[in-house]
Design a protein. Structure first.
Length: 130
């Protein structure tokens, strides 16, 4: 029985040794994977950080251009408002002038036609009891 116990103890130690080597091999593989992952992260960081810096500069430039565009649009809006006011004043002035000229022309035409042709209503004979 003593031999059997020694045999089982040997098998147990052999199993533990195999498990140790399998675990050691797995830890080495895991270390390799972590090493590769670390290198990849460093490469990505090396490429992303300058890209983010360029993106920041680009966004600043776009904001600057938008600010200038906003100023230009504000100026155009002001000019448009002034032009609208000017057009309204000119339109009112021309309209009142046209109305005055039209009234004067109509009065003059009526006066001339009355002066030259006489009053048609007074000179026409009235017919009585025909």
């Amino acid at each position: 029985m003593n031999t059997f116990v020694e045999l089982m103890t040997g098998i147990l130690f052999l199993g533990i040794a195999v498990a140790f080597f399998v675990l050691a091999w797995m830890f080495l593989r895991l270390a390799s994977i972590f090493s590769t992952t670390e290198e990849t992260i460093k490469e990505v960081s090396g490429q992303v950080v300058p890209l983010l810096g360029k993106t920041h500069v680009t966004v600043d430039n776009i904001n600057s251009q938008l600010s200038q565009l906003d100023t230009a649009v504000g100026d155009v809006a002001g000019i448009t408002g002034e032009l609208d006011q000017t057009t309204t004043v000119i339109t009112q002035g021309v309209r009142s002038g046209v109305i005055k000229v039209s009234s004067a022309t109509a009065g003059l035409s009526r006066g001339l036609s009355t002066f030259i042709g006489g009053d048609k209503k007074k000179s026409a004979p009235k017919k009585e009891g025909s």
